[in-house]
Design a binder for this molecule. Structure first.
Ligand SMILES: [Ca+2]
Length: 496
């Protein structure tokens, strides 16, 4: 049973020609499709969904900040701190106002991004980065594999978090990345994530001599950006996709204090936070300058987002700079502050400058977006819908009927966004029948008034959606009934 308002109809899933299509691509492939099979389907795919051949196959740079909030950028309403280079992405491109991370913390969010799956389907549903068995497995298909099969050069520079040890099945160059310049796990020097004495380059431990002996000479995000600029400048005849995953502004708050903030009447940790955010912005500026210098501006789509909401860790207070932009909750929460994140997209001449989109989207939409831009098919395993019609302003944008999240962080939870409705359940690790909270985001964007009791039909529908979306995985049991009795005593405690 559906509520009368304000839920959008599900019948808007139509192709540009107007004929209904199933929720996933009609040209969907089985995971692990070969390049030959992908190539054989290209003519049909292009005829069905491509805007025009001249728009195809741009270079793509996807930049992901860590724990950066919806309200941290000045183009998103930040009033104290300035982010001029990120603001430039918005001014020269598109800003999405209703974009969501795949989860509330690093590992499951990146899992959803890379596989194009929501957290009822993706393997990772909490942070357990020190358990190496939690890396990707050979059968997990990432956007890098899809793009490499389509002839793209692929690279990750930054934080991976999905299996990094040399003997792991999850390391990046086993999952489609030609070039991987990454921090390894487990950290050999706990607490020195931003100033390590080595990185892993294609799985090989490589020293950073300037940081040896505890010195803090080379900042990790600067090194990631240097590696990214070197990669995009390599001579090549094929397009590239670069995943640049900064560690800023994740705790520990351990960057150099910028001269801009040294004299401010702020706690030292907040000066440090402001300096880390400034460094994220400056490194984006360095990358944009390199694109211009290389003559790649008009052939490159640059996207920027964050993996989850703002943190209050390492002494940083989430409200000091109003990092959540008036939303409820923060990192580890399924309320909007924990999962709604910025998404900026710049491609001069293709994405309209200064545009703003309220299209409801999520990280798992990026894989099909990349695939469509590459002119290749999307694996059938994805839950995403390509954003290309919105980005390029042509064709019919297919809309999600609903979005789903689940997490084992804190006491465990589930959430659904269905039109303007937002539902959250907390405490499901201990109580599989935990009550549903319901909010109407159009009237109550801060999720302050629970209207579940007044809308029993909506509650019933959303509980059914949650039941449909949640597919149990042994690595991340959600409800008590999914766990062996020995695990129940510790439910809800001890996650990173
Ligand atoms: Ca994070």
């Amino acid at each position: 049973m559906r509520p009368s308002s304000p839920i959008p109809p599900s019948s808007n899933l139509e192709s540009p020609e107007g004929d209904p299509v199933p929720p996933r691509s009609r040209l969907a492939l089985a995971p692990r499709a070969t390049g030959l099979l992908l190539a054989s389907l290209l003519p049909g795919l292009a005829a069905a969904t491509m805007p025009s051949p001249s728009m195809l196959r741009p270079n793509i740079i996807y930049i992901l900040a860590d724990d950066l909030g919806y309200g941290d950028l000045s183009c998103q309403g930040q009033e104290v701190l300035a982010t001029p280079h990120l603001d430039r992405l918005a001014a020269e491109g598109m800003r999405f106002t209703q974009h969501y991370a795949a989860n509330t913390v690093c590992q499951p969010s990146r899992s959803g991004l890379l596989t194009g799956q929501h957290s009822g389907h993706a393997r990772h549903r909490d942070n357990q980065r020190f358990v190496d068995s939690r890396g990707f497995r050979p059968e997990d298909v990432t956007f890098a594999e899809v793009m490499r099969s389509a002839g793209y050069a692929t690279a990750i520079c930054g934080k991976w978090h999905l299996g990094d040890r040399a003997d792991s099945t999850g390391i990046p160059h086993h999952h489609g990345f030609d070039y991987a310049y990454c921090m390894g796990y487990p950290y050999p020097e706990g607490g020195r994530e931003h100033w390590p004495s080595h990185v892993f380059v294609n799985g090989r431990q490589t020293p950073i001599p300037e940081n040896s002996g505890g010195r803090k000479a080379r900042y990790m995000d600067d090194l990631y950006t240097d590696a990214a600029i070197e990669f995009i400048g390599r001579p090549r005849s094929n397009p590239f996709i670069l995943y640049l995953a900064f560690q800023g502004v994740h705790a520990p708050i351990d960057g150099r204090i910028s001269p801009r903030f040294a004299e401010r009447d702020w706690p030292e940790v907040e000066k440090g936070f402001a300096s880390m955010l400034e460094r994220v912005d400056e490194n984006v500026g360095r990358l944009l300058a390199a694109l211009e210098r290389l003559g790649l501006d008009e052939r490159t789509l640059v996207l920027f987002s964050s993996d989850n909401g703002p943190h209050r860790e390492g002494g940083h207070e989430v409200e000091f700079f109003r990092s959540r932009g008036g939303l409820r909750g923060y990192k580890r929460d399924l309320y909007e502050g924990g999962i709604r994140v910025p998404l900026l997209a710049r491609w001069p001449g293709a994405v309209p400058a200064g545009s703003v989109s309220g299209h409801i989207s999520a990280m798992w939409d990026l894989l099909p977006t990349f695939a469509e831009l590459a002119g290749t098919a999307t694996p059938s395993s994805t839950d995403g819908l390509s954003l290309v019609p919105t980005l390029l302003g042509r064709g019919a944008q297919r809309k999600h009927e609903w979005l789903y999240w689940e997490t084992r962080e804190r006491t465990g939870g589930q959430a659904v966004r269905w039109g303007d409705w937002k539902a959250v359940r907390v405490g499901v690790l201990r109580n599989g029948s935990a009550p549903l909270e319901l909010y109407n985001l159009a009237r109550d964007p801060a999720e302050e008034r629970d209207v579940a009791a007044e809308n029993p039909a909506v509650v019933a529908r959303i509980l059914a959606l949650m039941n449909e979306a949640h597919v149990p995985v042994p690595e991340s049991p959600l409800f008590p009934a999914e766990r062996p009795p020995a695990q129940l005593a510790g439910a809800g405690a001890g996650h990173e």
